[in-house]
Design a protein around this ligand. Structure first.
Ligand code: 2AM
Length: 402
């Protein structure tokens, strides 16, 4: 980092994707769109260039300044973004970089929505970064620092659109692309082996089939989240009570854009969902909301973190949120002393014992935990963006096994 930038962004305030080795390695295997956000002159460009320098060839920096787009308070008509958007979609389409940084004020909600849609379409997760410079909201100082020569009044008009944190639909750990591909493959393997298990074929009624019929579980769980993730806090863009307080927590702020390894101990399928059980580490529990289990099971006392999961697929008309509820049903049964009926073993990447818990609830206790790398961030786009569960053939199958 240049000495000026170092002064502007003291060590403790640099984002993890600049200073944390594990995060840097994870980012390199992810697809991420970084949106720089802040008033003109607040230090976005310095930070963006530092990130570009760190990631070199795997990174692409696209700047609104280069396209001569002046930041104005009212929603831009959009026309001035045509060239920049062309550059951005070409970059996504041609896979020119797996880390794309967009340097703009990003104060306009409509503009952001368009970018979230584009990121979704190309399976990029989004990280919003704001410079932490002491003058970032000080219009008097920004007046002399911004190269657009915006007046004090113009800056004051822009400020309200940028001083509040931008809350996502949910915060969570988003899997690195490479690890996501592996886990999708593992999930297919699980469903294929489970579907072929004699004991499963004998217990198909809960899945709306006659026993001994052939059920294609990959078809049954038709949809999967666009980017596999483990939700930490559902915020509904700030409408959920407590979401603002969650986002303000020091631990959450520190975690944002940081790389984490998630440990998967079991896979499960029910007539509604297929998912992976995640065992959170002490570090990860620091950003796990204390009421996460109570939110969906208010009457029960369940271990903290026991809802942590990755939705792998859902049956027709079932919402993703059901996966965590299904997982907690297993946890509740186990808490009451039910171990499940041991009905077989799976092999290969999904080696482990299969237990049956009635009502079509199957749990695979993995012999060896699966590790997947992820970045803690937010999902800011529209709800319900999904992809078909049956993915491309020939995905990598090299998940790291503990
Ligand atoms: P999931 O984490 O169980 O897969 C958008 O709906 C995302 O937020 C989904 O990933 C969903 O499920 C998660 N989510 C968590 N809590 C939710 C809630 N109370 N309502 C809706 N979705 C929720």
């Amino acid at each position: 980092m240049s000495s000026q930038a170092s002064k502007d962004h003291p060590e403790g305030q640099k984002p993890p994707l600049l200073v944390d080795d594990h995060t840097v390695a994870t980012v390199r295997d992810s697809r991420i769109l970084v949106l720089m956000r802040g008033l003109p002159g607040s230090g976005k460009t310095t930070l963006a260039k530092d990130i570009e320098k760190k990631y070199k060839d795997s990174c692409r920096l696209i700047s609104a300044d280069v396209h001569d787009i002046k930041p104005v308070a009212r929603g831009a008509s959009g026309g001035e973004y045509a060239k920049l958007d062309d550059e951005l979609s070409t970059c996504f389409e041609k896979r020119e970089a797996n880390l794309v940084i967009l340097d703009d004020t990003h104060h306009d909600r409509e503009r952001l929505d368009k970018l979230f849609d584009m990121a979704n379409a190309y399976h990029f997760s989004v990280v919003i970064l704001e410079p932490k410079t002491p003058w970032r909201l000080d219009c008097a100082q920004l007046k002399d620092r911004n190269h657009w020569k915006l007046s004090l009044e113009e800056l004051k008009n822009l400020r309200p659109t940028l001083e509040k944190d931008f809350l996502p639909l949910y915060f969570g750990w988003f899997l690195a692309k490479r690890d996501e591909d592996c886990l999708r493959k593992t999930s297919h393997e699980f469903l294929e082996q489970l579907g072929n298990l004699k004991a499963f074929k004998k217990r198909l009624q809960a899945y709306g089939c006659e026993d001994k019929q052939k059920l294609d579980l990959l078809k049954y769980f038709g949809k999967s989240p666009n980017i596999l993730h483990c939700t930490a806090k559902f915020c509904d863009y700030g409408k959920v009570l407590g979401s603002e307080e969650y986002a303000q927590q020091e631990a959450v702020k520190k975690a944002y854009s940081r790389g984490y390894t998630l440990h998967i101990s079991a896979l499960f399928a029910t007539p509604r969902t297929v998912g992976a059980q995640v065992e959170l580490t002490a570090d990860q529990l620091l950003i796990w909301p204390p009421d996460a289990e109570k939110e969906v099971m208010p009457k029960d006392i369940l271990p903290r973190g026991s809802r942590a999961h990755i939705t792998l697929g859902t049956a027709t008309d079932v919402q993703d949120v059901q996966t965590g509820i299904d997982l907690l049903e297993f946890v509740k049964l186990q808490q009451s002393g039910r171990e499940g009926e041991s009905l077989g073993e799976l092999t290969g990447t999904v080696a482990g014992k299969v237990s049956y818990y009635d009502n079509g609830m199957w749990l695979l206790n993995l012999s060896r935990k699966i590790e997947v790398r992820s970045i803690f961030s937010g999902y800011y786009g529209k709800p319900g963006v999904q992809v078909p569960l049956r993915g491309k053939k020939g995905l990598l199958n090299q998940c790291q096994i503990m």
